[in-house]
Design a protein around this ligand. Structure first.
Ligand code: TK8
Length: 353
């Protein structure tokens, strides 16, 4: 009988849970006694552990960014904070891992903004199709006042947003037909992230969307449960989607930010100095991750074609037609999220160009 996928990844998750009970969070140990003017003082250094999990695999720039975060934090705290890193959904999917931060079973995860909208609905604005015109404008807006305004909404959910990293511009793949215009979306069973706006936007384009956790996506495409998906080239190539997909189009329909999330309970338990260290490390590792993500993007597209995928260029006219088709969905969500904050984002984008 086929071993169920569930049991395959339950083991590491259980191991982490056991660590959590045993050592995740904090433990105290005496440091060697130190002489201070004839007196000796035993300084208690609380040993803390950050269990950081992501969904992408260990070849993706997101994991390389996480390793950079680990290096910076362990170095700058002289090992007082240890960072354990888990990739490929070993601790679960984005939603489960974010809940893990709220419940204390892990301390860090770095999801796209789309699943975060299930915790803070306002985050859906970052998944408005065709919102950001470029990575540079996205950086300016996300790293500025407006981006901070959204991060300030997270503590009510026992979450702290330390930095924005980059998932990137999302592009469509499928195994039915080349997609050059909105017409070609008709009837395609497209997997979307678990976000209502994504679902409604793909319906407006004529597709037949299914929300699904990232951890189930490869098997769903392999078994034909879905015809296609949408993600940046780096994810498409490094997760080996070319093994189960035939066509890729540069729809560039959404620029997805990642948010470096930390459990608020854990963050509040850090010393002020340690809070500064983890914040700085998340920002510096984020700059490094964005750079890695952009460096090879065009190369990943060439690699996908090398692996036999057909590439279809979306013309400005075809993209314009897609923008028009999804506009009613954006109007509906602007009303739901609040027109003011949507206007603030759009004005910040305008000013950043
Ligand atoms: C990885 C996901 C992925 C996202 C998706 O955990 O779900 O398609 O783009 O990067 O967050």
């Amino acid at each position: 009988m086929k071993k169920s996928k569930l049991s395959l990844f339950l083991v590491p998750a259980l191991a982490v849970m056991l660590t959590a009970c045993g050592g995740g969070g904090t433990a105290t140990e005496d440091t060697p006694e130190t002489e201070t003017g004839g007196e000796t003082a035993t300084e208690q250094v609380e040993q803390k552990t950050i269990r950081a999990g992501i969904g992408l695999n260990d070849s993706h720039p997101q994991y390389k960014g996480l390793l950079k975060f680990k290096e910076l934090v362990e170095e700058r705290t002289d090992g007082a904070i240890e960072v354990q890193t888990y990739h490929s959904g070993q601790l679960g999917d984005d939603r489960t891992m974010t809940e893990g931060l709220q419940l204390g079973s892990q301390e860090v995860t770095i999801p796209s903004t789309a699943p975060i909208a299930n915790f803070v609905p306002e985050f859906s604005v970052f998944d408005f199709p065709f919102l950001f015109p470029s990575e540079e404008v996205a950086d300016t807006v996300l790293d500025g006042e407006v981006g901070q305004k959204f991060l300030d909404m997270l503590p009510d959910q026992n979450l702290v947003g330390l930095a924005y990293w980059e998932n990137g511009f999302r592009d469509l793949t499928n195994s039915v037909r080349p997609v050059a215009t909105a017409e070609d979306f008709k009837g395609l069973k497209i997997r979307t992230m678990e976000n209502d706006l994504h679902l409604e936007a793909f319906r407006a384009l004529g597709a037949n969307p299914t929300p699904m956790a990232f951890t189930e996506l490869f098997a769903a495409m392999q078994q034909g449960t879905v015809d296609g998906q949408e993600n940046p080239y780096a994810t498409i190539y490094l997760q080996k989607y070319h093994e189960v997909q035939d066509h890729v189009s540069n729809t560039h329909h959404i620029y997805s930010p990642f948010v470096f999330l930390m459990s608020k309970s854990f963050f509040d338990g850090l010393t002020e100095e340690q809070q500064e260290i983890v914040k700085e490390a998340a920002l510096e590792a984020g700059d490094y991750q964005r750079e890695l993500n952009r460096e090879a993007n065009e190369q990943y597209l060439a690699d996908l074609q090398e692996e036999g995928m057909t590439f279809t260029e979306i013309t400005p006219e075809a993209r314009e037609e897609m923008v028009e088709l999804v506009q009613p969905v954006l109007d509906k969500y602007a009303e739901r999220i609040g027109q003011d904050i949507v206007d603030e984002v759009n004005n910040a984008i305008e000013a950043a160009q």
